[in-house]
Design a protein around this ligand. Structure first.
Ligand SMILES: *[C@@H]1O[C@H](CO)[C@@H](O)[C@H](O)[C@H]1NC(C)=O
Ligand SMILES: *[C@@H]1O[C@H](CO)[C@@H](O)[C@H](O)[C@H]1NC(C)=O
Ligand SMILES: *[C@@H]1O[C@H](CO)[C@@H](O)[C@H](O)[C@H]1NC(C)=O
Ligand SMILES: *[C@@H]1O[C@H](CO)[C@@H](O)[C@H](O)[C@H]1NC(C)=O
Ligand SMILES: *[C@@H]1O[C@H](CO)[C@@H](O)[C@H](O)[C@H]1NC(C)=O
Ligand SMILES: *[C@@H]1O[C@H](CO)[C@@H](O)[C@H](O)[C@H]1NC(C)=O
Length: 418
């Protein structure tokens, strides 16, 4: 494009998209960001059938290349994304493996130590986990990441950051989801074979990593394989998804319960169901005020049974009523790449999900604002307070700096622990 047409495009974008007051103007685009002009995608010169191009394909917009998309990874679809990424966003690889999917899900930031916990993929052939051995819990320290970054401006500090195995006093069997809870961490364990039931584990995030099971059945019946867990900021109860992935990945028996979302009040012991009717419910989170719930349905990816692109790759939103029940299900977003797995909100209520090409970001109305583009899938990620995020992408662990702040962690008052 000539500089005149760049100028004209800028004027057009400003006219059509009207950045809201206070955000950066389009011409202040950070060096790590690029605009994606959605109008350029509306009419393509060729549109192949789903046998050739489908939900597992990476879409390359006209005049982009795979490399140009990766080179400036903050993709701005809407001017409101500019305040989310801030004036100088960055994306850095902080750890990498040659094939073992060590960086999968359950990304949890523990503020007192500035550690970020995460777990290996359970059931992935490349990990050898599932039936024969459990996936492991690991952690990195963000203080150390900060030091590695301060030493240079590289987009890859892999090898300079220690990835530590977390030796919990009791094995968290095939962990998958995690959340801050009462100053500790609750992990979902998917279980192993017919004899190790799926369970919620509470882990103390400091040595010796004291660990106990806090729930392992529904009135005597095994859960299928607990996937993700969240705490509602209003009632502080644990909400979690149960889904057949352990079965679909050959390490759990056939399911004996529907795929659904449960709530657990540890104080009273009450366990109940708040939502069903999913294909494969997966990630879940709440809006910062706890009045909305978001549940991802990854039905299009049926594990070892393969992909079916007519099934959901969808995030549903619910209102959470004052009693903590879910109502008014809405279709919040249908993902354009892969499936939406982990979901989290920032402090302003914008919704982020790990998808087939990176992390997608919507405003609370479900308008896609932008992507943190990896060119590969992310199953989960988490904010680490203000302006920091850690993204798991199976064989790569990324660190992001941005403008947004994660939704407040409401399980506990950490301020007296610093
Ligand atoms: C893509 O590039 C071609 C050739 O430079 C140009 O004619 C066309 O307008 C560009 N399209 C977009 C959407 O920028
Ligand atoms: C989806 O697209 C990929 C890549 O072209 C292709 O290999 C695969 O067979 C397609 N899947 C289906 C179910 O058509
Ligand atoms: C489990 O181990 C057995 C024996 O080593 C092997 O044949 C099998 O493929 C392994 N299964 C998985 C799921 O890794
Ligand atoms: C990042 O650095 C590590 C260690 O030097 C290297 O093995 C890896 O290939 C690099 N990754 C990329 C994407 O450049
Ligand atoms: C866990 O145990 C391994 C092997 O003993 C050790 O190398 C590692 O440092 C331990 N991890 C932590 C966080 O203490
Ligand atoms: C894909 O899913 C649809 C909807 O559930 C189902 O009708 C269809 O049989 C599935 N296709 C395949 C190839 O499994």
């Amino acid at each position: 494009m000539t500089s005149i047409s760049v100028l004209l495009l800028g004027v057009l974008l400003r006219t059509y998209l009207q950045p809201s007051a206070g955000v950066l103007a389009w011409n202040d685009l950070p060096s790590q960001a690029q605009y994606i002009d959605l109008r350029a995608n509306n009419v393509l010169s060729s549109v192949p059938p789903s046998t050739v191009f489908n939900g597992t394909s990476l879409f390359i917009p006209p005049n982009s290349t795979r490399q140009s998309l990766i080179d400036r990874p903050f993709h701005v679809y809407h001017p409101d994304f500019l305040s989310i990424i801030g004036s100088n966003p960055s994306l850095t690889i902080i750890a990498q493996t040659s094939g073992n999917p060590l960086f999968h899900e359950a990304v949890v930031w523990y503020p007192p130590t500035d550690d970020v916990f995460f777990v290996q993929n359970a059931g992935a052939p490349a990990a050898g986990t599932g039936l024969n051995k459990s996936a492991i819990v690991q952690k990195v320290n963000l203080g150390q990441v900060g030091q590695a970054l301060a030493a240079g401006s590289s987009r890859n500090v892999s090898g300079q950051v220690t990835v530590q195995v977390v030796n919990t006093t009791k094995q968290v069997v095939n962990p998958n989801g995690g959340i801050n809870y009462k100053g500790q961490i609750v992990f979902t364990g998917e279980g192993q074979g017919p004899d190790v039931p799926s369970a919620l584990y509470q882990v103390n995030p400091v040595p010796p990593y004291e660990t106990k099971v806090i729930l392992n059945n529904y009135f005597g019946r095994q859960f299928s394989s607990l996937n993700d867990v969240a705490v509602n900021p209003r009632n502080k109860e644990l909400y979690f998804t149960d889904v057949t992935y352990g079965y679909l990945q050959n390490f759990r028996p056939p399911p004996g319960l529907p795929n659904q979302v449960y709530r657990f009040n540890e104080g009273t012991g009450a366990v109940g169901v708040v939502a069903d009717g999913f294909n494969l419910p997966n990630g879940l989170t709440f809006s910062p005020d706890g009045s909305r719930a978001y549940v991802a349905d990854t039905g299009a990816n049926a594990g070892f049974w393969g992909w079916n692109y007519t099934r959901p790759a969808t995030i549903y939103a619910y209102d959470v009523n004052s009693a903590g029940g879910f109502c008014n299900r809405q279709t919040f977003a249908y993902i354009d790449s892969g499936v939406p797995d982990g979901v989290h909100c920032d402090s302003a209520g914008n919704v982020y999900a790990g998808c087939g090409d990176g992390v997608h970001v919507w405003n609370p109305s479900g308008i896609l604002l932008g992507k943190i583009y990896l060119g590969e899938g992310s199953a989960n990620f988490q904010f680490a307070g203000k302006g920091r995020m850690v993204i798991c992408a199976e064989t790569r662990l990324y660190y992001v700096t941005l403008g947004a702040e994660g939704a407040a962690i409401t399980d506990y008052d950490y301020s007296n622990m610093y």
